[in-house]
Design a protein. Structure first.
Length: 227
């Protein structure tokens, strides 16, 4: 009996790091919850902001609890289309998931429950704490939002031209109107990156409606916590 009790205790301790929700007493079903529930049975997925439970940009959850860079791919085109707001693969996406390339997923599938792809420069600014800037990464990366531009590359509401987000050594500097977002990509910039596809020259006025990402690396989505 002592051995059985000890074995049980050790089992509970070993599972503890995966079940560290912040509130409630047992998640949705009252018995331990799932990886996306909010009880003590829930994992840290919700606080990470990314559907696979790990963030790759704004990695310090203490200083930036409300914004996250979530690396991974997505095959459903666009960030400004209705389809891009659906969850066709039920958030089974992200570079640490079993579907790292995001086959059958939209960009929204990269964000955790309670989070969304940052809608605009203003949404990103409201989610940032302290200094409102995009951090740099060791490798070229781009972290896409739903913000797009008009024909003069100015960030506007309702634009569909180009794609805008945080980035390092990709695309070109974003206009001042896009602050705090610092990079934008045209279809020609995407051609220089193996993971990203922003359409063809004939689609050069609506990259935000056709963009996809076919690999787990080179960035992903910028996710903001729901308010």
């Amino acid at each position: 009996m002592r051995f059985s009790a000890l074995a049980c205790c050790l089992l509970l301790v070993s599972c503890g790091t995966d079940f560290t929700g912040d509130e409630g007493q047992g998640g949705d079903d009252g018995t331990g919850g799932s990886s996306t529930s909010s009880g003590t049975g829930g994992s840290t997925t919700a606080s990470a902001g990314c559907s696979d439970g790990s963030r790759e940009l704004f990695t310090d959850l203490t200083t930036q609890p409300d914004i996250a860079g979530c690396e991974g791919g997505f095959s459903v085109p666009g960030v400004t289309t209705p389809a891009s707001r659906e969850l066709p693969c039920n958030r089974e996406a992200g570079n640490n998931s079993e579907n790292a390339t995001g086959e059958g997923c939209s960009v929204a599938d990269l964000c955790a429950v309670g989070w969304h792809v940052c809608d605009s420069d203003a949404d990103a600014a409201a989610s940032l704490k302290g200094t409102k800037t995009c951090p740099t990464t060791a490798q070229p990366t781009f972290w896409i939002t739903r913000q797009a531009t008009d024909g003069s590359k100015q960030c506007v509401t309702g634009g569909v031209n180009n794609v805008v987000g945080c980035g390092t050594s990709v695309g070109e500097p974003a206009q001042q109107s896009c602050t705090p977002l610092n990079r934008m990509m045209l279809f020609s910039h995407c051609d220089a990156l193996t993971a990203w596809d922003c359409g063809t020259a004939t689609e050069g006025a609506n990259e935000s409606q056709v963009v996809t990402k076919s690999a787990y690396n080179q960035g992903g989505a910028l996710c903001c916590r729901d308010q």
